[in-house]
Design a protein around this ligand. Structure first.
Ligand SMILES: C[S@@+](CC[C@H](N)C(=O)[O-])C[C@H]1O[C@@H](n2cnc3c(N)ncnc32)[C@H](O)[C@@H]1O
Length: 406
C-alpha cells in the first residue's frame, strides 16, 4: 500500500483531497484520504497504485490545490523513546533503502527535500528540517544501494527522481519520491522568487509567482520588453509595476488610484473605467486581471479575450469566497475550455493555487502556436513616452473602451 502526502494551504485540505481523488480515479488507484481541517496536508493511502499510470494522470489532471505531492511509505518512527540525542537519519536512510528497491522509486535521486506542513506547528520544524537535510543527503550519497551505477553496466539509466521526507512532527516521518517533470519544483511547493522592493502592493508577489510557476524557464522569452499588456483591476499598481519593470507597456484599468510612482511611469496608461467592459483597440500580448469578481465572470472574460485573439496570453486571479471551491474551479476551467474549443483555438490552460494566493487560485491561459496578428506592429516605447503617444493618437489601448458603468 502506497502512502501519498499532499501539502496545501491550510483550510484547503478538502480541495487537495479532491485533487488526489481525481488523480486516483484516472490512475485506477483507490485513495483513502485523511482530512484534518487546518492541517495544510492530506495523508492518503493508495491501493493499486501504479507509478506509470500515476504519472500519466499527473500529466492529464495536474493538481490545483496540492502544492507538493510525494508517494512512498510511512509513517516511520524517527525517535526511540528516552533517546537523549535522537538520530533521525538512520531510520530515514533505512526507509529510503527499502523504497529504492521498489522499481517505481528506484534511483538515481536528487538530494532529498525535508518538508512539513505550512502551519505554525509545521514551520517550527524548519530548523530541524534544515539540519536533517544536509545530513541525510550525505548519508544517502554514501549508500551503494542508492548509487545509480549499482548493478554495473546493466544498471537502468533514467531521469533522477526527487526524494522527499515529510515530517508530521519531530518523531514521525514519511518518505517518498516524485517525478521531476510532473512533480513539485520547489520544497513545500514554495518557489523562491525575487520581487523588487518598494512595490505598491504585496499583490505583486502573486504575479511574480505566477510567472515563475506557469512560464518557468521561458519567462524571459514569453514576457519581455516591448510587449503590450492590459492589467484589469490594477490599483494600487503592484502587477503593473512588475510588468513595466520588465519593459512592457501597460494599460492599467481601475477606477481606483494608482500609486503616483506607477501612474507617472512613461509605459503606463491609467484608464479609470470598468475592467469588465474595457477592450483594447488593438490586440495585446498579455491580459492580466486581479479584479475581485465572481470567478465565472472572470473565466468568461478571459475565455473571450483569448478566443477572439484580443490577448495571446493571460494570467488571471479567480477569487473563491464560496464553499464549494473545487467545483467552482472545475466549472471555470470547463467554461474556458469549451469557449476556446468552440472558437477552434488551441490553448494551454493551467489553474493553480499559488503560495501567495489566499482564498483564490490563479489561471494561466495561452494560445498555442498562434502567430502574431498580421501587420501588427511590435510595440516599443514611443519617442517622448506616453504623452507623445497620446498626442499622436497612437495608443493601442484608448479607443476600444466602452462607457463606464459606475
Ligand atoms: C486586489 S486589488 C488589485 C491589486 C493589484 N493587482 C495590485 O497589484 O496592486 C483589486 C482591484 O480591482 C479593482 N476593481 C474591482 N472591480 C473592478 C472592475 N469592475 N473594473 C476595474 N477594476 C475593478 C479595485 O478597485 C481594486 O483596485
Amino acid at each position: 500500500m502506497a502512502v501519498a502526502i499532499a501539502l496545501c494551504r491550510a483550510g484547503f485540505e478538502a480541495e487537495a483531497a479532491g485533487d488526489l481523488s481525481r488523480l486516483a480515479t484516472l490512475a485506477g488507484a483507490n485513495v483513502q484520504p485523511r482530512i484534518e481541517s487546518g492541517s495544510a496536508r492530506v495523508i492518503a493511502t493508495l491501493a493499486d497504485w501504479d507509478a506509470g499510470r500515476w504519472q500519466r494522470a499527473l500529466e492529464a489532471v495536474p493538481p490545483v490545490f496540492i502544492r507538493s505531492l510525494q508517494v512512498g511509505t510511512g509513517p516511520w518512527p524517527l525517535v526511540v523513546p528516552n533517546e537523549k540525542r535522537p538520530d533521525r537519519v538512520t531510520p530515514l536512510v533505512e526507509a529510503f533503502v527499502a523504497l529504492a528497491a521498489d522499481p517505481a522509486h528506484a534511483p538515481p535521486w536528487h538530494d532529498p527535500w525535508i518538508e512539513y506542513a505550512d502551519t505554525n506547528e509545521g514551520k517550527a520544524l524548519s530548523p530541524l528540517a534544515r539540519a536533517l537535510e544536509a545530513r541525510l543527503a550525505g548519508a544517502l550519497r554514501e549508500r551503494a544501494e542508492l548509487d545509480p551505477t549499482h548493478g554495473g553496466r546493466h544498471a537502468q539509466r533514467r531521469e533522477p527522481r526527487q526524494p522527499h521526507v515529510f515530517l508530521e512532527h519531530g518523531g514521525i516521518g514519511y518518505v517518498g519520491t516524485s517525478d521531476v517533470a510532473t512533480g513539485p519544483r520547489w520544497p513545500l511547493g514554495i518557489p523562491r522568487i525575487r520581487v523588487p522592493g518598494g512595490l505598491p502592493s504585496r499583490s505583486a508577489h502573486k504575479l511574480a509567482e505566477a510567472i515563475a510557476v506557469f512560464l518557468g524557464d521561458r519567462a524571459d522569452e514569453l514576457l519581455h520588453e516591448g510587449q503590450a499588456a492590459v492589467d484589469l483591476g490594477a490599483a494600487p499598481g503592484g502587477w503593473t509595476a512588475l510588468l513595466v519593470g520588465r519593459g512592457l507597456h501597460v494599460a492599467a484599468i481601475d477606477n481606483g488610484s494608482l500609486d503616483p510612482r506607477i501612474a507617472r511611469h512613461p509605459n503606463v496608461e491609467h484608464l479609470r473605467m470598468d475592467g469588465l467592459d474595457y477592450r483594447p483597440r488593438r490586440p495585446v500580448d498579455w491580459l492580466m486581471c486581479d479584479i475581485v469578481e465572481r470567478p465565472v465572470r472572470i473565466a468568461t472574460l478571459v475565455a473571450e479575450w483569448i478566443a477572439t485573439g484580443l490577448a495571446q496570453r493571460a494570467i488571471v486571479n479567480l477569487k473563491l469566497p464560496m464553499k464549494r471551491r473545487g467545483e467552482e474551479v472545475a466549472r471555470c476551467e470547463a467554461l474556458i475550455r469549451d469557449r476556446l474549443a468552440s472558437a477552434g483555438v488551441d490553448a494551454t490552460i493551467s489553474i493553480r493555487q499559488l503560495y501567495h494566493d489566499r482564498e483564490e487560485v490563479t489561471a494561466y491561459v495561452a494560445r498555442v502556436g498562434t502567430p502574431r496578428a498580421p501587420g501588427r506592429p511590435k510595440r516599443a516605447a514611443p519617442p517622448g513616452g506616453r504623452r507623445a503617444q497620446r498626442a499622436s493618437g497612437g495608443s493601442p489601448y484608448s479607443s476600444g473602451r466602452t462607457p463606464n458603468r459606475r
